[in-house]
Design a protein around this ligand. Structure first.
Ligand code: HPA
Ligand code: ZN
Length: 372
């Protein structure tokens, strides 16, 4: 991955200036149909309107805020500085990340902490021209430490109500815990039902197949909650299939291992099931060794509704636009892919049809207005 490409300071801040870039200023060959100089594609990726559908709010907790909250709440940390904490962010796989991610979340105690964390994410997402976010949170990580569920939901929700972008909440069950624990969490959340748009399933995937949560997902479906699940990140394609058939999910989080099963790929394409793919996460957690080996282009070529997302941006080295820039830098993706990804992010969102049409029109107007 070229660091130059990820360095946002190389990109002109002002679009008109960017459009004056000429190909003689481009330092590398461009890809496919994209005869534009590379900096112009960077600018388009950054400025196009987009939605983020796979962001764990606890994964947006930056080391600086972890230390600030630890001090405010009198929580002892196993690291003596922001730098030593950041140095510990070297992961081999999903579990090695989760261990440190849950440790980081231990500084969150009060409603205000959840508000501050969420407000910081929303401000940062707005800088990347994210117009709408569907935000995961892990209630059991907090209730297990004695934090009231209401403090968690109210803090995150209050920040979402204040903008600067539109956002809704998806409550995730931790799959390494029992289904009974998930059912109890759902009961606890019933008085807060109106603040939650849907439910998801996250944490350690291997050994915790979707079918373990069939009853709780059925209950959520009856409650009118939208349904998603992590599947096919480290787990096999069979987990994607059981998430669809036994949990009735509408989107698959990650899902990149679907390519191992051609019939499943055909089904995902036919049913237009969206995949919320997280490129930097996949590299940091070694789902792929390098970004050049990421299967994003194969997923797109198979006709799948692929979206790009940041997963846990404070841990994986970048927010939405860093993910887009990294994957476009490493793979032969061009302008038409950029437009498709922006459209997919809204098509796959849990928005009412009219709002969705409005955002899709914004995307199309943005691309139609480019002076190429
Ligand atoms: N996978 C599973 N669980 C998670 C993740 C992830 O990428 N991020 C936060 N919880
Ligand atoms: Zn995730």
């Amino acid at each position: 991955m070229s660091h130059k490409f990820l360095d946002e300071t190389t990109v002109p801040a002002n679009p008109a200036a960017a459009l004056r870039y000429t190909s003689s200023m481009s330092h590398r060959p461009t890809h496919l149909e994209n005869t534009m100089p590379h900096p112009q594609l960077q600018m388009i990726l950054q400025q196009m309107p987009k939605a983020e559908l796979h962001i764990h709010i606890e994964g947006s907790l930056e080391p600086e805020l972890i230390f600030e909250l630890a001090q405010r709440n009198g929580v002892a940390l196993a690291y003596d500085s922001v730098e030593t904490l950041r140095q510990a962010y070297a992961f081999d796989n999903l579990q090695s990340f989760l261990d440190i991610y849950y440790a980081g979340a231990s500084v969150l105690l009060h409603e205000q902490d959840f508000y501050d964390m969420t407000a910081a994410y929303l401000r940062r997402a707005a800088q990347d021209n994210v117009c709408h976010a569907e935000i995961f949170f892990d209630p059991q990580t907090h209730t297990a430490r004695g934090v009231p569920l209401r403090a968690v939901v109210d803090g995150i929700y209050r920040a979402c109500q204040e903008g600067p972008i539109s956002a809704s909440l998806i409550m995730c069950f931790l799959r390494h815990l029992s289904e009974d624990d998930a059912l109890a969490t759902l009961e606890d959340a019933l008085p807060l039902r109106d603040k939650i748009i849907g439910v998801g399933l996250d944490s350690s995937e291997l050994g915790h197949p979707p079918e373990k949560f069939a009853r709780v997902f059925e209950r959520c479906r009856q409650l009118g909650l939208r349904l998603v699940a992590h599947a096919g990140e480290e787990g096999p394609p069979a987990y994607i299939e059981s998430a669809l058939d036994l949990l009735n999910v509408e989107r698959i989080d990650h899902g990149v291992r679907c390519l191992e099963d051609p019939l499943l790929v055909q089904r995902l394409a036919r049913e237009q099931i969206a995949l919320t793919v997280c490129p930097l996460s996949n590299i940091k957690l070694r789902v792929f060794d390098t970004m050049a080996q990421h299967n994003m282009l194969e997923l797109l070529d198979a006709g799948l509704v692929v979206t790009v997302n940041s997963d846990d941006p404070a841990y994986f080295g970048g927010y939405m636009n860093a993910n887009l820039l990294a994957v476009f830098d490493a793979l032969p993706l061009g302008l038409s892919h950029a437009q498709r990804l922006a459209r997919n992010s809204f098509t796959a969102a849990f928005l009412d049809p009219e709002t969705k049409r409005g955002y899709l029109a914004q995307v199309d107007a943005y691309f139609a207005g480019l002076a190429l």
